[in-house]
Design a protein. Structure first.
Lengths: 355, 355, 355, 355
């Protein structure tokens, strides 16, 4: 079957470039348009490359950047759009694409809380895709928007999902150690962060609470129903390039043993694994036994096969004592918590026949 | 009144040098002996200086280091000993000094959990000094050992004390962002920590739980009684020089407002403040109103007057929601959580007539 | 004698705030106006404070920021202006102040290469102040502008001055390890510099060559005469907060011994030392004997007395072999190479009766 | 032809592990023994893994470490030894292997200056391999030792070789910005290097001078003849993980244009390229045109094909003015300047029929 023609919005930014990198040789999608703002229009992708952990693929570097114009994309036959736009500009652009009949998979926050738009994490809530039917009714031409979640809640929700299902946990405290790439580019000034920790990230704690309830909730009778799980977060930025580490505390009257938790997490498999989606990690949650793991530098890229690198969540140091379960959780903020999340969303939508 | 002659053990290390720096011109104590292991014997203090945030005082730099020998110290007329020795060697040396009649104020963990030895934090448990009477009975010559607490629990306990007293909180979760100086020198290899977080510090979480119960507990009928407060900690090392930041979560059925908590913390004064001990900060807990504070680089040295710099705990971002109180807390790990803590302990003992 | 009323331009930036800090309690000058752009107008200095190595002085923090308006300053009786403005806006504003009769001491590059404006480094070229007489003729009301040099050439020129005078050196190669504060705020993005070195700083190498020739040159017959010294620089940014380190190579047919060079550098004293200017370091160049110094973290603040902290250049690892002299040189880029340089300039002008 | 059986010495260290990684699937050599000190004996390679920029290959991780014993290696049929031992222990162990008839390719300094042992850089001095014939005469069983050069001189010599050949340059000044991995593990304490530069690396400047003369020199009449090139180095450690950056200054009475230098460097090809050795980069020296390159984080891994990643030297910012040529040069210190260098040496010796 022919690949679907795809476009990337925000190609001059870090998330857009992760999309570009992850979609090289993708079996379902072929990127035919790399869009960015007028300032980058006409430049080659190599001229605005921002990722430093991967060398830009030679063919990719030669791609020319074009302006962001839904009509032009429509004329190019684009059916799928990956949006790495900043949240403050994403809304209208993504709407325009959806109104032109495209399936938009967005990393931006703009549409996340809309009542007919899913925050999709395929291992957690694939049934939320049903909301697209509702959304399509208000849009012309059959287009729609699917969002991924905030980068710090995505990994946490993945680790919580099997525990919430197995033990009914509802009270979660989390302190984050978030990477600098989460702030985009230029992002955090070096003078602020060197030898320092910044104990505040704008709107992040609120997003973790609100999006967490939607992601872990259900979709029933044409609407989203919030999960009873409440996430109380304290979010800080640390001197790390990629990978959000999180110290998780779960309070519950009755708790299982650490071993049992470890087994529950390790055994977790879900729809993307069953469907063998190309970017789905064989094991969505990997439990590390070493006493000083996970570490951002060592474990952010966890995940097999090759196409799923950075898509697995790692968890370590599981402790269960009296009424408190504690562990450290790590996920790659611009892959699983960013571009990779939306690629997996698109793969699920494709397999479900929605594109 | 003549100053008491004092010695510093571990003068070639970071804590010993903080002692040296903090005791320059001290009104109660005069350091007459800077001790270290044989390797440093005979060197000048300037030759082994490790603190980089302060230039070594010119007179201090000229001081000669001597070997560590309790008998020699006794002959020099030393009455007070400040111990910055590593915990694995501190025990016997500190005992020898105490047996020689000296008052030992120790930063080491060796004696902390003994039933007649206080973990003293003067703002929290000055009444624990009564245990010295018991301890003196088993030691010759009237000497004794007083310890300070682990660097990550000291600041936390200071912030908890007024809240526990006012609201009866008992369930505390904390995730730490600990500074590199806490690991001593050479400590953490640069290859391990650059661009990384290390989510494990040996024995630290256990110490926070156990020492927390003793510090916040009472002393009654000749023995220590544990506090009902339980601290569940997840401890991580971050790329920061000085200053342990902590994300604190307190769960309680009924909680006050954030404003009330802020007032309770800001209004906290205790015995060291009443006695106007030289190293006591005017305000032991300082609440910062800015939304991105406290920060290790900006706030670790909080505390007035000059002699109390680094002795105040700063707290910010207080949030109270449903059954959870959250805030960030910061304290200087080698001053309030290290040498400064023991200096304040000695000042209290001095004022109480125990030296 | 009454202190001269002074204003600071650029008070919301790092250099402006160094001025503010260095002028507290100054014996010659009293700051009566803290100016910044309209965005900061009306805010307190504490609200826009950017320096993290010093806590803001309590009285200073309360000072209100006013807009930048030469006429208003004239009405306030301001006679001396310290400019920490960015070079791209400094020119017209400084001119307006000079035309209103004020003595402007500027850290900006705007006026440095004018034929009647000195790049003053009081230890090197105090006679360049004579150019002010020429400058005054074209300005109304007796005002004038005196500039300091680029932050990376100031320290180098100080170290070169006694050597050039003693040995006639003319060929200098230098590779710099420059601090992040030199790029101002927000400056270098953290994603660019963490675990990295940036081997380019815009226009810096050219400035070092051109300004070096002017600074080390003479003033004769009403004009500046370039020095024969040529500085070939390669400038890089490293992950350091404050303090520009430089690896210096001097090629010469005949070279003295390392010991002789060390004596020449250590013995250097000049006009500011003779006049005992308040911010003049007792020793402008300090030679360190330790084999791994100078280090930015340990030595950037070198200089006595207190008011001259950060004003001394440190040099170490002097080697002389065949036809090459090598050493490492360090100076504080925002003190000696920034605000402190201009304060010293103003002190010299004051003592010389020019203000 | 069957692959040669190989052993790695120092498998618990960073260089040993680079060897392990680079020799996976190598066409000439098959590693049959991973040796380390007794402390690691019996552990799996994954238990002592130290490289953080690459995930350990799954099969590699399972390999068991054995003690370091030349006789045992001989019994295992080992013909080729790659030594990543520290220089202070390498000498006797490498000798024992050579005396047992093995070809030893060493990263250690122990044998570098021996009169019959080459410091081989295949692009520069392949004819130095002739010294092996002399060396074999004094050793039993036909074994020999070939060394690679110090990590900071290897890359520099590669960049100098085509220029020295083309223009007869002899006077080279260089200031280094060296990565932390060059100090091994645990190496530099984090407290020393964070926010700092260390302007001294033990013996490094001397090695660069002495080894430079031998590498760039000739082999004639059974002996090494020093090159007239003199390298004056000032070596500093910066806060970078991998990749030594160097600011190079070449003084010469007559110099070519920057464009000509660029062409000479870009056009450089040598014996490894002609022989198509598996780890030889297609282009040993890559000239980057961007004005802020090379950067350690972006360019250390330069080199194609895949097996030659990290084997190419990158050079940027070439400037030629009057009598001075300046540029920045970067090479990967543990690949081209470490394990990769010795692998390439072994490949050359293999192709030349010496193994």
């Amino acid at each position: 079957m022919a690949k679907k023609k795809a476009a990337i919005l925000g190609s001059s930014g870090m998330i857009g470039q992760r999309f570009a990198q992850m979609l090289i040789g993708h079996p379902y999608f072929e990127v035919v348009a790399y869009c960015a703002s007028d300032r980058s229009d006409g430049k080659k992708l190599s001229e605005v490359w921002k990722l430093s952990d991967v060398e830009i693929d030679a063919r990719l570097g030669e791609k020319a950047i074009q302006g962001t114009d839904a009509s032009a994309l429509a004329r190019q036959g684009v059916e799928v759009v990956f949006s790495g736009l900043p949240s403050d500009v994403a809304g209208p652009v993504e709407d325009a694409c959806a109104e032109s009949g495209m399936a938009v998979f967005s990393n931006a926050a703009s549409h996340r809380m809309e009542p007919d738009t899913p925050i999709l994490v395929p291992e957690i809530n694939p049934e939320h895709l049903a909301s697209i039917e509702v959304q399509r009714k208000r849009r012309r031409n059959g287009g729609f928007v699917v969002t991924n979640a905030n980068c710090s809640v995505t990994g946490l929700a993945l680790g919580l999902k099997p525990l919430v299902d197995a033990y009914g946990f509802t009270e979660v405290d989390v302190a984050t150690y978030q990477a600098l790439s989460g702030a985009g580019y230029p992002g955090v000034p070096s003078l602020d962060i060197i030898g320092n920790v910044l104990p505040h990230i704008k709107d992040e704690e609120e997003k973790m609470a609100i999006e967490g309830k939607k992601i872990l909730g259900t979709y029933a009778s044409g609407g989203f129903v919030d999960s009873p799980v409440t996430i109380y977060a304290s979010c800080a930025r640390v001197n790390v390039m990629d990978g959000h580490l999180e110290a998780v505390f779960i309070r519950s009257k009755s708790i299982p043993t650490a071993e049992e938790i470890s087994r529950t997490l390790s055994g977790f498999r879900a729809k993307p694994q069953k469907l063998k989606l190309p970017s789905a990690p064989e094991r969505p949650v990997i439990v590390l036994k070493e006493r000083n793991r996970p570490q951002p530098k060592l474990d952010s890229m966890a995940g097999t096969p090759e196409r799923a690198r950075g898509m697995a969540v790692t968890i370590g140091r599981i402790r269960a004592e009296k009424d408190c379960v504690r562990f450290y959780l790590l996920s790659h903020n611009t892959i699983r918590g960013g571009a990779g999340g939306s690629v997996l969303n698109a793969e699920l939508a494709y397999k479900e026949g929605l594109i």
